[in-house]
Design a protein around this ligand. Structure first.
Ligand SMILES: [Zn+2]
Length: 168
């Protein structure tokens, strides 16, 4: 063995193996990032008031949710924050049956669950979120939905537990 030829004993080799095991284990990697001025306002409105806010373009009138600083098509700075509804419509959807790790939580959400592109009333852009329905036969494009907020909120999109289908 190469280690023994270099004078390295069996004990030292075992110690080195252990070190490699430790390095390949799980490691906590804490980090922080800024949501920005408008992103922070959007998330704090969810957390503190169970309310969605967007921003309206003074040029074309589009309302962006979540709010952003610039309207791409008009290349104008956006400053007018506006409330939008917690109800909206399903633009498209899927029912997730194959679990994967949610990057926002680091945990796998139990399957199945509904996932939809939603246009809130008063908004011109879409958000992605969970649905409370898992039967694809009961979800329709154009279905009306309403946000259900979590009891405990921390300033994240998961302050909305899911969107509930509104039955006609
Ligand atoms: Zn615009």
């Amino acid at each position: 063995m190469a280690g023994e030829k270099n004078g390295e004993g069996k004990e030292a080799k075992e110690e080195r193996k252990e070190l490699i095991k430790l390095e390949s284990g799980e490691a906590e990697q804490p980090f922080r990032w800024s949501a920005g001025t408008y992103g922070s306002r959007f998330l704090s409105e969810l957390r503190d008031n169970c309310r969605f806010v967007g921003v309206r373009c003074p040029c074309c009138g589009r309302v962006y949710v979540p709010p952003r600083r610039v309207c791409g098509p008009c290349f104008r700075e956006l400053t007018e924050l506006v409330p939008v509804s917690d109800e909206g419509e399903v633009i498209t959807f899927t029912v997730v049956s194959f679990g994967f790790v949610d990057p926002s939580t680091g945990r796998q959400k139990p399957v199945p669950y509904g996932y939809a592109v939603i246009k809130l009333d008063g908004a011109d852009t879409y958000i992605l979120h969970y649905l409370d329905e898992t039967d694809p036969g009961k979800i329709k494009v154009g279905a009306r939905v309403k946000a259900v907020f979590a009891e405990e909120r921390s300033g994240s999109m998961l302050d909305v537990k899911h969107f509930a289908l509104l039955r006609a």
